[in-house]
Write a new protein. Structure first.
Length: 364
């Protein structure tokens, strides 16, 4: 008579304990998310400083820097139970941010610049990624770091690195290293292009210069900053060509996913998780959003709000990636990623100029 009631009480106590434990885990996860949201808010506030605006430093870049400062100072003094919330931001929020990035683009952008812009964009993306992987092998770099650095240089900087990271699922510090190379060399080129163009050393007309800038500068912000320093005609072409490069991210991620799946199948077990080809659905949804934005015209106020919220989400993702990156891991990566990024930047500057100077007139 006594065992049955006591069994019920024991089960009830166990269930209560499990529910309380689950509630505590959710609370801890929310704490981690709120911490990253705080970093994102700080990034937006710091990004309003005029000096940083003049350098075209986006809140996303500031976010990863703040995250890295946290990782190398306060990280060990805060509860480990907050880590799942940080990881949620670096993975789930990252994919959401990439999807809604599509509201910045339309298919009509392709028509504006015509065949020259599209052809040169494709050449730049393909050669930069394949060349980067080859140079990475020569430097004996690990596959993920070489891929992330090459894709960041070849497509659209930090956003492309984030998209690739979500596909290959590399370690966070490798993502941070790749973003660092993009920021450094992209910023250098952003100042170099206007200086050379305004000095008359490049011998390119505004349309050629716009295609050159848009097809070779790393970040969208870099293309905007450099274009505005060279005049409205250059800026318009540069931004559109750059956006076409961003669209190519979808095709690159799909090919990358298949390649990674085949590579892992060879190196992993036949039935294990490594053998699967993971379709990056967020990339497919990203493309669908572009198509939707091309044919369904939402009010500009709504588009601006979506883009602002998306930038905030991507800034949270960058801050979370930074929060999982210690300087010790930078030392572990060594100088090789920066050597690779330097080689790719030389190709973008020299190869891009040759194509803008001689190939663009042939395609017009």
């Amino acid at each position: 008579m006594h065992f049955f009631p006591s069994g019920i009480n024991f089960a009830s106590e166990t269930e209560t304990f499990n529910m309380a434990n689950l509630s505590n885990q959710r609370a801890s996860m929310i704490h981690g998310i709120l911490l990253i949201a705080l970093f994102a808010c700080a990034s937006f506030y710091i990004g309003e400083v005029q000096f940083l605006k003049d350098l075209s430093i986006s809140p996303m870049i500031i976010g990863i820097i703040l995250g890295m400062i946290y990782a190398n100072s306060l990280r060990n003094h805060l509860p480990e139970t907050w880590v799942p919330g940080i990881q949620f931001c670096s993975k789930r929020l990252l994919r959401i941010g990439i999807i809604f990035y599509g509201f910045r683009l339309t298919l009509q952008d392709i028509v504006v610049v015509g065949l020259p812009g599209v052809v040169i964009d494709i050449i730049v993306v393909v050669v930069t990624i394949l060349g980067g992987v080859l140079i990475g092998k020569l430097l004996r770099m690990d596959r993920d770091t070489a891929l992330l650095t090459s894709i960041g240089s070849g497509i659209c900087g930090a956003a492309a690195v984030l998209g690739a990271e979500a596909t290959i699922r590399s370690q966070p510090y490798k993502t941070a290293v790749a973003v660092a190379t993009v920021v450094i060399f992209g910023t250098i080129s952003m100042f170099l292009y206007p200086a050379l163009y305004n000095a008359g050393l490049l011998d390119l007309d505004p349309q050629q210069m716009g295609i050159y800038s848009g097809s070779t500068l790393h970040e969208v912000a870099h293309a905007v900053g450099a274009g505005n320093a060279m005049g409205e005609d250059v800026a318009n072409s540069a931004i559109i060509v750059k956006m076409i490069r961003v669209m190519l991210l979808v095709a690159v991620l799909l090919v990358l996913s298949v390649w990674i799946g085949i590579s892992n199948r060879k190196n992993g077990t036949a039935t294990g998780e490594k053998g699967k080809i993971a379709i990056p659905w967020f990339a497919v949804l990203f493309l669908l959003v572009i198509v939707f934005n091309s044919f369904i015209h939402l009010p500009q106020v709504m588009i601006d709000s979506i883009n602002y919220a998306d930038t905030f989400v991507l800034t949270m993702a960058m801050a979370a990636l930074g929060a999982e990156t210690s300087f010790d891991k930078f030392k572990k990566a060594g100088a090789k990623p920066f050597v690779l990024a330097f080689c790719l930047d030389l190709w973008l500057i020299a190869g891009g100029w040759v194509m803008a100077k001689y190939l663009v007139p042939m395609l017009q």
